[in-house]
Ligand binder design. Structure first.
Ligand code: TPP
Ligand code: MG
Length: 725
């Protein structure tokens, strides 16, 4: 298959320069289109026989996809396709056998090992980055991927493999003129992520080809509902720096010509390209639905007349390139290839149940390991001055950026000044909380820069960067505004490694200021919500309570090989009680190791974040006023969390409170309390208590805020109640 594809590609490129396709090239293209249709039809048969479990076809899109693929260089250029791109992937070099192995969910499915539906592509060798089912999330990854390619071409030294952190496992490939292709349906252009990607590709003149496969429907929704005026080309026409083409997507020659011009524009560094191909959806959206429920018969029949296979076949006959017998022979040979592949796929061993948890996290680098327990080195200059959490986070970012040229920092307002000239005169912004202050000044605007005001843009691009081997350390300005990025975090960032069976990874760090107790922070600057992230497999969640921990945990977050959500409590940024001297550039704390903040014999409080100092206040009063000796455990990381430390403490004290700032119901404490009740029942002398905020939002008026969020008095009362239970 690869031979056919590459020979078609090379010969086609040569011939188009001469003004047309040679007969052999047309035959090669036709064969790829037929092969794609045959795999679709075989899968439909297998689905009817209940031997596979899902089916999505490229029928009607083949000419557009083959034309696109033949203008690209697989394994050199980069690809972010969508679920309908069978013919594209065949033409790039994915084999029918690989496709059918995924359809049956075989262990040897090279794209996902039986984890993803069919047509969810992935191939490291071909630079096809694993795709999800989410419409349009992939286009932001394509943008980040192009940015990373440009970065490595300008800083080749950053590509070096380094031992001691994630770089040992993240190989880098780049050429300097590679192009990134991303494909999506016309319905998917309604997603904000599409516009966010167009924004950055345009602004930064990135070598990304966006191809919209416009089949006129998004499941049952016709194009004019998704696209005002019914034509996406008209809507995007004013984006600067783009090459635009709108083509008949059922004509492979027209498509190829448009793509060659688009790719040339990108390769030359002139900017991105947008190719809008009008095609047809010949079958229903998927095998699981029936389009006769919403499309009139006449319309479906008219579409069938535009079947790109039929048109190409007519052309081959009309121009005397193939006889009917030769077409029959070609189709039979494609059919045989697909039948053989199906037979083999049906016999392929299934994945082992024992392997389910593999690749949820990095198999290579364990952030809980003692290799991350690096103390302050002797030769570091002693620095007695106590620094705030904000200072020590900023110091860690400076240290790590000096050490690792693959780190880039971006987010809203994180730069000192986007207009660099201003820095001659002004101090610079460096983040709304100043946590990134001075980074742009020291490391330059290529490594530290402002994003557009769009959270999905930040996380989606970061994924693309990281898939290429870089280490984005991005900032979400306020946790309260992380929600536009939640889709990217939940459905993309955290699952990329698992869904590709370890083939791809994106160890991004997301820093996010969180929490209340601000006196006036109100609903949109006081939120907690960490349990919504600890509930995501594949994502590490860190929540330090003091300056030293923040420094050491951020270093581990940056050096490790997993995506990390690093939660920074705003109220703790500049407190006096949690300060520490600068611990040097190698100080690190492993994940999953709780800290005993205060040892005690009578009762344990398991807590983290802003409830650490509040629990401490309550514990001191409990000792003074009631003679109760409380032990406090600061979890420091919420996923993973230190179960051993919890169990040891509860076995000692037999009484436990789980305390957090977030709302009580469905909060992080529910899981910890349930596990204690389950596994430590015999050690308990009293029920497990939980403390959390009221089940409401945080109000602006301080009287209300104080009543909503847990206070030291709340904790003290629970301590006394539980001790006397
Ligand atoms: C974010 C998201 N929302 C909804 C869906 C369900 N869904 C799957 S495909 C689809 C329609 C996509 O239409 P279009 O972009 O035109 O692509 P086509 O299927 O027509 O090729 C929808 C709504 C999804 N997969 N992802
Ligand atoms: Mg569509």
């Amino acid at each position: 298959m690869e031979l056919v594809a590459s020979s078609a590609r090379d010969s086609v490129s040569a011939a188009l320069g001469l003004g047309g396709l040679s007969p052999q090239q047309m035959v090669d293209i036709y064969r790829l289109m037929v092969l794609s249709r045959r795999v679709d039809d075989r899968e439909i048969l297998l689905k009817r026989q209940q031997k596979i479990f899902f089916q999505l076809s490229a029928a009607g899109h083949e000419a557009l996809q083959v034309g696109a693929a033949l203008a690209m260089r697989p394994g050199y250029d980069w690809f972010f396709p969508y679920y309908r791109d069978r013919a594209l992937c065949l033409a790039l070099g994915v084999t029918p056998l690989q496709m059918l192995l995924q359809a049956v969910g075989a262990a040897s499915d090279t794209a996902s090992g039986g984890r993803q539906m069919p047509t969810h592509w992935s191939s490291r060798a071909l630079n096809i980055v694993s795709t999800s089912s989410c419409t349009a999330s992939q286009v932001l990854h394509a943008v980040g991927c192009a940015e990373a390619g440009r970065y490595f071409s300008r800083h080749p030294e950053a590509a070096a493999r380094e031992a001691g952190d994630y770089r040992a496992f993240r190989d880098v490939k780049f050429h300097g003129d590679e192009v990134v292709l991303t494909m999506l349906g016309e319905g998917s252009t309604s997603q904000g992520e599409f516009w966010e990607a167009m924004n950055t590709a345009s602004n930064q003149k990135l070598p990304v080809v966006f191809c919209v496969e416009d089949n006129g429907y998004a499941i049952s929704t016709p194009v004019e509902v998704n696209t005002p005026g019914g034509n996406i080309s008209r809507l995007v026409a004013n984006f600067p720096n783009f090459f635009f083409a709108e083509v008949d997507g059922t004509d492979p020659q027209a498509v190829l010509q448009a793509f060659q011009a688009a790719v040339a524009h990108c390769r030359a560094g002139r900017g991105p390209a947008f190719v809008h191909g009008h095609c047809i959806r010949l079958y229903s959206h998927s095998f699981s639905e029936d389009d006769s429920a919403y499309r009139p018969k006449a319309e479906r029949e008219a579409d069938a007349l535009r079947d790109p296979l039929g048109k190409m076949q007519m052309r081959l006959l009309r121009e005397g390139i193939l006889t009917e017998e030769q077409i029959d022979a070609l189709e039979q040979s494609a059919e045989r290839e697909v039948s053989d592949a199906a037979e083999r796929a049906l016999l392929a061993p299934l994945p082992l149940v024992e392997g389910i948890a593999k690749h949820v996290y990095s198999e290579d680098l364990d952030p809980t390991s003692s290799s991350f327990a690096a103390e302050r080195k002797e030769e570091d200059p002693p620095d007695a001055k106590s620094r705030t959490m904000a200072d020590l986070i900023n110091a860690c970012l400076h240290d790590e950026m000096r050490r690792d040229p693959r780190i880039v920092v971006f987010g809203e307002d994180v730069a000192d000044a986007s207009r660099e000239d201003a820095l001659a005169e002004v101090k610079g912004k460096g983040g709304v909380f100043k946590l990134t202050a001075g980074l742009q000044t020291e490391f330059g605007s290529e490594r530290v820069f402002n994003s557009p005001l769009a959270e999905a843009n930040i996380v989606g691009r970061a994924l693309g960067y990281a898939a290429r081997g870089m280490k984005p350390v991005v900032e979400i300005q306020f946790f309260d505004y992380i929600w536009p990025a939640y889709h990217q975090i939940r459905n993309e960032l955290s699952v990329l490694r698992w869904r590709s069976n370890g083939e791809w990874a994106c160890p991004v760090v997301i820093r996010a200021p969180i929490g209340g107790y601000l006196t006036g922070g109100s609903i949109y600057h006081s939120q907690s919500g960490e349990s919504l992230f600890t509930h995501i497999p594949g994502l590490r969640v860190v929540f330090p309570s003091n300056a030293l921990d923040a420094n050491g945990l951020l270093r581990t977050a940056i050096r490790c090989d997993d995506p990390v959500l690093f939660l920074e409590h705003k109220r703790l940024y500049r407190e006096t009680h949690d300060r520490a001297p600068y611990p040097g550039p190698e100080f690190a704390i492993p994940f999953g190791k709780a800290r005993i903040v205060r040892a005690g014999a009578d009762l344990t409080i398991v807590t983290y974040g802003a409830l650490v100092p509040r629990s401490l206040q309550a514990a001191e009063r409990a000792r003074r006023e009631h003679g109760i000796d409380v032990e406090i455990l600061d979890l420091r990381t919420l996923n993973p969390y230190d179960w051993e430390a919890i169990a040891t403490s509860v076995r000692k004290t037999s009484r436990v409170i789980v305390a957090h700032e977030d709302m009580l119901s469905w909060g992080y404490g529910a899981e910890i309390a349930a596990r204690i009740a389950d596994e430590l029942f015999d050690s308990l002398d009293a029920p497990v208590r939980r403390i959390g905020a009221m089940d409401t939002f945080v109000a602006y008026q301080p009287v209300l805020e104080d009543a909503i969020l847990p206070q030291p008095e709340t904790i003290l009362k629970a301590i006394v109640d539980l001790k006397t239970y």
